[in-house]
Design a protein around this ligand. Structure first.
Ligand SMILES: Nc1ncnc2c1ncn2[C@@H]1O[C@H](COP(=O)(O)OP(=O)(O)O)[C@@H](O)[C@H]1O
Ligand SMILES: [Mg+2]
Length: 247
C-alpha cells in the first residue's frame, strides 16, 4: 500500500464574494480541497464556477472572506501582506489564464522574473530562463517582446516563467488553452516531469480532455464548491512514460 502523502494544499470552507448590495455575487460557497505532494490535481468545471478565484486564493494573491487555506501547514490568512508575498515568491509558481507577461520586457527577461525578484545574479537568472525557454520550444525568441508572439507562444513563456524558480507548488490556469494538441502534450510532459521531482505539487485548471491522462486526480467544481475528487484515467502508464522521458 502506498504511504499517505502529506497535504501541500488544504482548503477548508473557503467562501468568497465580489461586489456589494444587489451586485454582490457569491463565487465560492464553502470549498473543501486538498492536494498532496507528488501529485498533479486537475480542476475542471464550467466557465464562471470559480476556478480562477479558487486558484488565486490558494496562491495567496487574493484572500477568502471566510474559511482557511493552509500550504504545508502554514495558514495563509494569518500572514500579513509582506510575509505572504515573500512566501509566494519562494514557493509558488503561477501560470495565469491571461499570461500576464510584461510587454516592455523581452521574452528572456519575462521568464527570468521569479529569479530576478529573488535577487538571483542577472546572468544566472537569464541563463536559467534561456534553458527553460528551450524546454518549452522557444529558443530563438529570447529577444522578442511578448507582443510579437502568438497566443500559444506567450502561453509557453508564462509556463517557463512559472517553472524557472523550481516552485514547490505550481498552479496553472488553463495552461494548454492556446496550444495545439502536440504542444499541449509536450507542455504536460514537462509539468509531469516537474511534478515528480522532490514531491512537488501541481494544480491545473483545464477544459482539455486530451490532458486528463497527465493528472493523478480530477476535482470537479460546480457553482462555487468542489463536487467530487476522483482518480484520473491512465495515471500509471503516463507516469512511467514520464519517468522514461526523464532518463
Ligand atoms: N475581481 C472580480 N470582481 C467581480 N467579479 C469577479 C471577480 N473575479 C471573478 N468574478 C466573477 O466570479 C465568477 C467566477 O469567476 P472565475 O473564478 O474567473 O471562474 P472560472 O475561472 O471558473 O471561469 C464569475 O462570475 C466572475 O465574473
Ligand atoms: Mg478561469
Amino acid at each position: 500500500m502506498e504511504a499517505v502523502k502529506p497535504n501541500v494544499v488544504s482548503v477548508r470552507n473557503a467562501q468568497k464574494s465580489f461586489g456589494e448590495g444587489n451586485a454582490r455575487i457569491q463565487v465560492l460557497r464553502g470549498v473543501e480541497m486538498e492536494a498532496q505532494a507528488g501529485e498533479i490535481m486537475l480542476l475542471v468545471g464550467p466557465s464562471g464556477c470559480g476556478k480562477t478565484t479558487l486558484l488565486t486564493i490558494v496562491a495567496g494573491l487574493l484572500s477568502s472572506d471566510t474559511g482557511s487555506v493552509e500550504l504545508w501547514g502554514h495558514k495563509m490568512e494569518t500572514m500579513n501582506e509582506a510575509r505572504r508575498t515573500d512566501f509566494r515568491r519562494a514557493n509558488i509558481g503561477f501560470v495565469f489564464q491571461q499570461f500576464n507577461l510584461i510587454p516592455t520586457l523581452s521574452v528572456l527577461e519575462n521568464a527570468a522574473i521569479p529569479l530576478l525578484i529573488r535577487s538571483t545574479p542577472r546572468k544566472t537568472a537569464l541563463d536559467r530562463s534561456a534553458a527553460m525557454l528551450d524546454k518549452v520550444g522557444l529558443s530563438g525568441r529570447y529577444e522578442d517582446r511578448p507582443g510579437k508572439l502568438s497566443g500559444g507562444q506567450q502561453q509557453r513563456v508564462a509556463i517557463a516563467r512559472a517553472l524557472v524558480g523550481e516552485p514547490k507548488l505550481l498552479i496553472c490556469d488553463e495552461p494548454t488553452a492556446s496550444l495545439d494538441g502536440e504542444t499541449g502534450a509536450k507542455v504536460m510532459e514537462i509539468l509531469r516531469a516537474n511534478a515528480l521531482r522532490d514531491d512537488r505539487c501541481t494544480i491545473v485548471v483545464t477544459h482539455d480532455h486530451r490532458i486528463f491522462k497527465y493528472g493523478d486526480r480530477i476535482a470537479t467544481m460546480r457553482d462555487g464548491v468542489i463536487e467530487s475528487i476522483v482518480p484520473a484515467p491512465q495515471t500509471a502508464s503516463v507516469r512511467s512514460l514520464a519517468l522514461v522521458a526523464k532518463e
